[in-house]
Design a protein around this ligand. Structure first.
Ligand SMILES: *Cc1c(COP(=O)(O)O)cnc(C)c1O
Length: 387
């Protein structure tokens, strides 16, 4: 044990030296814009709670009511006796909302992505992924046993070359983020869809950052491009970001969902999420459908933030979404700026390799429906004094 700890200590020390050490800050109170973090009052610009629903009073009340009716724990997996009427209704509502025949709930987005790959491909098949895909998609491709190939970011001709080399007989699964989580740009779904149809490949979109935030009524990246289930046969989104709750779902054909139920190990061998959390999501969807002001405010804040950055020549990227990174480059500098922002009362995380590629460490600024223009003005001023 002693030797083992010494070995760990050495590796940790090395990591620290490279400015790659990860630490956690402790928050007190709910997820919202004004937060107390490490005993300091700060304005948060790093959450994925884009619509400000994580602490919504009506959603909280609906969850409390569901706890009174259904208790806390779900007790078992969906395939034993953990699949409640609430889970089932939520699946039907998610299918209707996204325009797919069926949807299936997962406890987390990470598990949904692993499960989908396990269910659809195996050794001898191919998985193609955008180089900037989320880690859970990469891990899904790896554990499936299929051959994993990564194409240049948002480059459909790069994907085409790789698909053509794969030959006609193998199963081909193409995975992409809808909105890239560290860059905020949107995948070229129309071109990807056309290529996948031509080459008889499955196209799967992970819309963790698009669901709730993109499209006229928040239906996500497909609505943004006016695509449907024929264009994108497999749609996945998470519920812990704009939806403000927890979990994830996959939407697709009846046969796809049945296949997942039979074959996705991360679905079969895990306890169902608490029914009350599913009820929270039902209520959140209800709010997204009926209260357009949340999405309106988010879009207004994105435009306001970008306008302020352009005016003051802050180096923003080409992103029209709630994710607005500022690329710093060097790991240490990114950390230092993040720390200085924190001291000035703004929480913005520094994202370093391996989450992003070498030399592209960045501040990942995210906007929410709940920011005021004054919050944004304050951040812009702090950024201008530090950069
Ligand atoms: C957050 C995220 C996930 C993982 O979802 P969780 O529910 O947090 O496990 C998957 N894909 C993308 C693109 C994400 O941003």
């Amino acid at each position: 044990m002693k030797n083992l700890n010494l070995k760990l200590k050495k590796a940790l020390k090395e990591r620290k030296k490279q400015h790659r050490y990860r630490t956690r800050r402790i928050t007190k109170g709910p997820q919202q814009i004004e937060m107390r973090i490490d005993d300091k009052d700060v304005i948060s610009f790093c959450s994925n709670d884009y619509l400000g629903l994580a602490n919504n009073p009506q959603i909280k009340q609906a969850t409390i009511n569901a706890i009174n009716d259904f208790g806390v724990g779900s007790g078992s997996a969906h395939l034993v006796n953990g699949h409640s009427i609430i889970h089932h209704q939520l699946e039907e509502e998610l299918a209707a909302f996204t325009g797919y025949p069926r949807a299936i709930l997962f406890s987390t987005g990470y598990m949904a992505n692993l499960g989908l790959c396990q269910a659809l491909v195996e050794k001898g098949d191919y998985v193609f992924e955008d180089r900037l895909n989320h880690a859970s998609l990469i891990d899904g491709g790896l554990i499936s046993g299929a051959r994993l190939q990564r194409y240049l970011h948002n480059d459909v001709s790069s994907l085409k070359q790789k698909i053509q080399k794969a030959g006609k007989t193998a199963e081909k699964l193409v995975l992409t983020d809808g909105v890239f989580s560290m860059d905020g740009d949107i995948a070229d779904l129309p071109a990807l869809s056309t290529l996948c149809k031509k080459t008889k490949s499955w196209l799967m979109v992970d819309d963790a950052h698009g669901f709730g935030t993109l499209g006229e009524t928040g239906r996500g990246s497909l609505q943004h491009y006016a695509l449907n289930q024929d264009d994108v046969p497999i749609y996945m989104a998470t519920l812990g970001k704009a939806i403000g709750t927890a979990g994830a779902f996959i939407a697709g054909s009846d046969d796809l969902i049945e296949t997942i139920i039979q074959q996705a190990r991360t679905y079969i061998y895990t306890t169902a999420m608490p029914a009350a959390i599913a009820e929270a999501t039902r209520f959140s969807l209800h709010i997204i459908k009926n209260e357009s002001r949340h999405l309106y405010n988010l879009n207004d804040n994105i435009a306001y933030f970008r306008g302020c950055c352009l005016e003051t020549a802050l180096p923003i990227e080409n992103s029209e979404t709630a994710i607005q990174p500022i690329i710093i480059g060097d790991d240490y500098t990114a950390l230092q700026i993040s720390q200085s922002l924190f001291e000035r009362g703004f929480m913005v995380t520094a994202i370093r390799p391996p989450t992003v590629s070498e030399g592209t460490s960045r501040l990942r600024i995210t906007l929410s429906a709940k920011h005021t223009h004054e919050h944004i003005d304050g951040l812009i001023q702090a950024l201008n004094s530090l950069l």
